[in-house]
Write a protein that binds this ligand. Structure first.
Ligand code: SF4
Length: 235
């Protein structure tokens, strides 16, 4: 019994030291640590159904990375904001977890996943024949190879023009009526054929959905995206 208590204490001490090491790294050092993209600060990964945007309804493995500097007030992933709370996980381990499922599609999301070099992760996933979807605010430099790029531009920090031109869909969150104008501004930045979605901010859905319906009826180039995973009570 005493031996177990001793081991337990040692294990706890190592966990504290490990967390202390990563929590005391400033973001510059963290970036250096992750620079080659061999490890990434993983918040969570899970196999579920993509609930929103063009790929709605597809079974997909989600990889959620930590860190975002945009700071949307209504963000439903605020727990991801501080990357220092998530010690790096090796890309090999992340890929191994994907391969335990029958997933054909992988969604890389965040936070803002483009804070990190995604070439290694994408290369290894592609090596297993998986299709890769990116969810991004477009505020960081693009890395990695993707089959589908979903750009969700945010008013607090406009997306980079080079990412706008590569987006396959834009998904604009509508929190208030001013966001329709923001949606149109972004529409001008994307290429012809890019899918255009308006999505009600979840907590304002009751007020905004009727307005979005009317907007789409009078501007039929736009479509409606709903967060169907929330209706299904799945992650
Ligand atoms: S860009 Fe996305 S992750 Fe970042 S604060 Fe906004 S909603 Fe949250």
């Amino acid at each position: 019994m005493q031996r177990y208590t001793f081991y337990f204490k040692i294990q706890k001490l190592f966990t504290h030291l490990f967390n202390y090491y990563f929590l005391t790294l400033d973001s510059e050092n963290m970036d250096k640590l992750l620079d080659n993209g061999e490890s990434l600060p993983l918040v969570e990964s899970f196999y579920t159904i993509q609930g929103e945007g063009y790929n709605t309804g597809k079974a997909a493995f989600f990889i959620r990375l930590a860190g975002c500097s945009v700071g949307c007030s209504w963000c439903d992933a605020k727990q991801t904001w501080n990357p220092l709370e998530y010690p790096p996980v090796s890309v090999d381990n992340i890929v191994e977890d994907v391969l335990k499922t029958p997933a054909k599609y992988v969604v890389i999301t965040g936070g803002e996943p483009l804070r990190y070099r995604l070439d290694t992760l994408c290369g290894k996933l592609k090596g297993h024949g998986l299709e890769l979807f990116l969810e991004t605010s477009g505020t960081e430099r693009l890395s990695g190879i993707f089959d589908w790029i979903c750009l969700s531009p945010k008013r607090k920090k406009a997306p980079r023009k080079d990412i706008c031109s590569q987006a396959d869909e834009i998904k604009v969150v509508i929190e208030n009526e001013g966001d329709f104008e923001w949606a149109e501004e972004n529409r001008k930045q994307v290429r012809e054929g890019c899918k255009l979605y308006l999505q009600p901010e979840w907590s304002r859905s009751k007020e905004m959905l009727p307005k979005i319906i009317e907007y789409v009826k009078s501007h039929p180039e736009w479509e409606i995206s709903l967060q169907t995973h929330k209706f299904m009570s799945i992650p």
